[in-house]
Write a protein that binds this ligand. Structure first.
Ligand code: ZN
Length: 170
């Protein structure tokens, strides 16, 4: 933990009651680079890995479309369609949620759905921030070293979904 920060130890608590969703553009399906079955296998391995670490995601939303092939739709980030669908289907309050991603499209999609965005420097994050900073038309509220740093920031700022188990509100 960072010195001076509120003492929230992610690993000391069994279940913080946070809802976690993965929202991912996968136009490679429409392009024929890989199949829905391959993508499902990737998601299964992702869930297995998380499970071994005692973590889980509530749902994974992926978007297999590509405008040139499957026509226009509202689900491709930076459009907010997939995020809005997750909010609707799981009865989540956007005002108590945030988006974490490694691209300006994630920050934009979150903003369009009414939530602040955290940029992680892993994945494409560092490169985009250094070389394509002009594409960030919405400022991230926090730039995190990685997902763990992002998770800590979220806990410290209480941008948590409404349905904490145990019902404790600060
Ligand atoms: Zn679509």
């Amino acid at each position: 933990m960072r010195a001076g920060s509120p003492t929230i130890d992610l690993f000391a608590q069994d279940n913080l009651g946070l809802r976690v969703f993965v929202v991912t553009n996968q136009s490679g399906v429409a392009r024929g680079y890989f199949t829905e079955e391959t993508l499902a296998e990737v998601h299964r391995r992702l869930r297995d890995g998380l499970s071994r670490g005692g973590a889980s995601v509530d749902a994974i939303y992926h978007r297999p479309h590509l405008p040139a092939i499957t026509g226009e739709c509202d689900c491709r980030k930076p459009r907010p369609g997939m995020i809005q669908r997750a909010l609707r289907e799981h009865d989540i309050d956007a005002r108590r949620s945030c988006v974490v991603g490694d691209s300006w499209i994630d920050i934009e999609a979150g903003a369009a759905a009414g939530m602040p965005g955290l940029l992680v420097l892993t994945g494409y994050g560092r490169g985009l921030l250094e070389f394509q900073k002009n594409r960030f038309t919405t400022e991230p509220v926090h730039v995190a070293d990685d997902l763990l740093d992002a998770a800590r920031w979220i806990l410290e700022h209480d941008r948590t979904p409404q349905d904490r188990r145990g019902g404790e509100e600060r």
